[in-house]
Write a protein of this length. Structure first.
Length: 531
């Protein structure tokens, strides 16, 4: 008879984060106590404990499991005991390899206590099926985790591993973001510089010049060990970090989830999800940047196609368009008759004359003077409350008077109720054979047509009401921005980007033998002010 105490036992325990949710029964402490008791009862000598806490059963590159295999290779242990097969692993192919090939080849006895598996016995036929069940469990668990994450994402919860720079987790709700006031001013500065036309490279250098520590250094200073491995200049900012911040909708209070997803529950490889499939929920947390400023910055980023080839100011970059073809106009500087000329011109005319037939250009100084005067005119009108009142009054009159429409809305809603009662009575008469089918269908069709007309009109009234409300709200937004620059002396790019959506330049024409050129300014918030 073989002495049992000749075995040198390697006690292997494993717990993943997912297993941690099922309670004490799978805890490392419980696994150790169970195996220690088993060894005591069977007079088995424990050589060492091998514990992998927080590792998935689908991952076999675990520190303690690797050490266990090394000790087997070195002949230090000849028995491995686990609580059950799933502790060894959840991939049935890999687990089967260890229990049926590797361990026997190394003359190592394997015991899974709860599953009654002992490789020294010949009745282990059930083991492969248990391995398959463990694999299926892992697959099912992966699905459940993915669905749970999708559900939380749809509800606008924050489910990321680390919070965006400028935000912290809410102490009262782990899935909600709150503004990190220690660095939120940096986010505001980044967007402020972008609003005056500065690029990502310039902003990165400016932050470095001011000795502002970069996001990874800041997170490490808060105790996030994931960033401790990064060394180097703590003030060095990467321009790609700046670009990422400028394009992240989290800063306007929106949550964007499902940017990456696990491709396979076994490989755990993460792949990027196409942007159109991201889950976006608006207004989930406090914003650091206003939506209007964010939108302006996005347009500026799109317009920055190539770096400038000159040092001349370019106030209208990204907002100046050719009226003929709709393409952006470019700044050009050339020497003519011994002097430098600075003009905006439509390059599309030279590339595609069928699309843009006439050469369209305007001198930089002329445009600057015209826009400055238009802005001063706008500001003077907004100083006059009577002018604003007339604009609002005209808008209300265009919407056919809100009071009259409210009265009409009530009348139409009452008529809908009447139609419902009449059609109900018609059906009752038909069901009691008091009304022939032909007559019933004829009356019903007439009432259905009337219902559709009424519903269409009610929708129109509601849209008018919403449009009027939005118009009045936008008038106030425009007024607030104008008040920031009401006494301006010099035109600035920041002022332009906040007030102007686009400027459309038409090609010069002659009217009564005089050269004239149409310049249309489309204001932000309100597209048609009447002046």
């Amino acid at each position: 008879m073989q002495l049992l105490n000749n075995y040198k036992v390697g006690v292997y325990c494993r717990l993943s984060q997912d297993d941690g949710n099922v309670g004490e029964s799978n805890s490392i402490k419980t696994q150790k106590l169970m195996i220690e008791k088993y060894c005591l009862e069977h007079e088995l000598n424990i050589y060492d404990f091998y514990v992998d806490d927080g590792y998935s059963g689908l991952n076999y590159n675990r520190p303690s499991f690797t050490r266990l295999l090394s000790d087997i290779e070195n002949g230090l242990i000849n028995m491995v005991i686990t609580k059950d097969l799933s502790r060894l692993g959840r991939d049935y192919i890999q687990t089967g390899h260890y229990t049926e090939v590797y361990f026997p080849s190394k003359h190592v006895r394997f015991i899974a206590i709860n599953d009654n598996v002992d490789t020294i016995k010949e009745d282990n036929d059930i083991a492969p099926f248990k391995n398959i069940l463990n694999d299926m469990y892992a697959k099912d668990l992966s699905k459940k985790v993915k669905l749970a994450k999708r559900s939380r994402a749809m509800n606008g919860m924050f489910i990321g591993a680390q919070t965006p720079y400028g935000y912290l987790r809410d102490p009262l709700d782990n899935n909600h973001l709150v503004i990190d006031t220690s660095v939120s001013y940096v986010i505001k500065d980044i967007f402020r510089l972008a609003l005056i036309g500065r690029g990502s490279v310039y902003i990165a250098k400016e932050l470095e010049r001011r000795k502002i520590i970069n996001p990874r250094t800041y997170k490490a200073s808060l105790g996030d060990t994931r960033f401790e491995r990064f060394r180097g200049n703590p003030y060095k900012w990467c321009y790609t970090t700046i670009r990422h911040i400028l394009q992240d909708i989290v800063y306007v209070g929106d949550m964007e989830n499902r940017k990456v997803e696990t491709e396979n529950y076994k490989t755990k490889k993460r792949v990027r999800v196409p942007k159109e499939n991201h889950i976006v929920v608006n207004n989930t947390h406090d914003a650091i940047i206003t939506r209007s400023d964010f939108d302006i910055v996005q347009n500026l980023i799109k317009s920055r196609i190539t770096p400038p080839h000159h040092n001349h100011e370019n106030l209208f970059r990204g907002i100046l368009y050719c009226k003929q073809c709709g393409k952006r106009m470019n700044l050009a500087i050339k020497e003519r008759y011994g002097r430098k000329e600075v003009i905006y011109k439509c390059m599309n005319h030279f590339r595609n004359k069928e699309e843009c037939k006439y050469f369209n250009s305007i001198f930089y100084d002329n445009l600057k003077e015209i826009v400055t005067n238009r802005l001063k005119d706008l500001f003077s009108k907004f100083k006059d409350d009577e002018t604003i009142s007339n604009i609002i009054k005209e808008k209300l009159e265009q919407s056919n008077s809100s009071k009259n429409e409210e009265s009409e809305k009530k009348r139409l809603e009452n008529r809908l109720n009447e139609i419902y009662k009449v059609t109900k009575k018609l059906y009752e008469d038909y069901s009691l054979n008091l009304l022939p089918l032909e007559n019933y269908q004829c009356y019903l069709n007439d009432y259905e047509k009337e219902k559709e007309i009424i519903k269409s009109r009610l929708t129109q009234i509601e849209e008018n009401k919403n449009n009027t409300s939005e118009y009045l709200s936008n008038i106030n937004k425009l007024k607030d921005v104008i008040n920031e620059y009401i006494d301006f002396k010099e035109l600035t790019q920041e002022m332009l980007y906040k007030l102007v959506d686009r400027i459309e330049i038409n090609h010069p024409i002659k009217v009564d033998k005089k050269k004239t050129q149409e310049i249309k300014i489309v204001w932000r918030f309100i597209y048609n002010l009447g002046f």
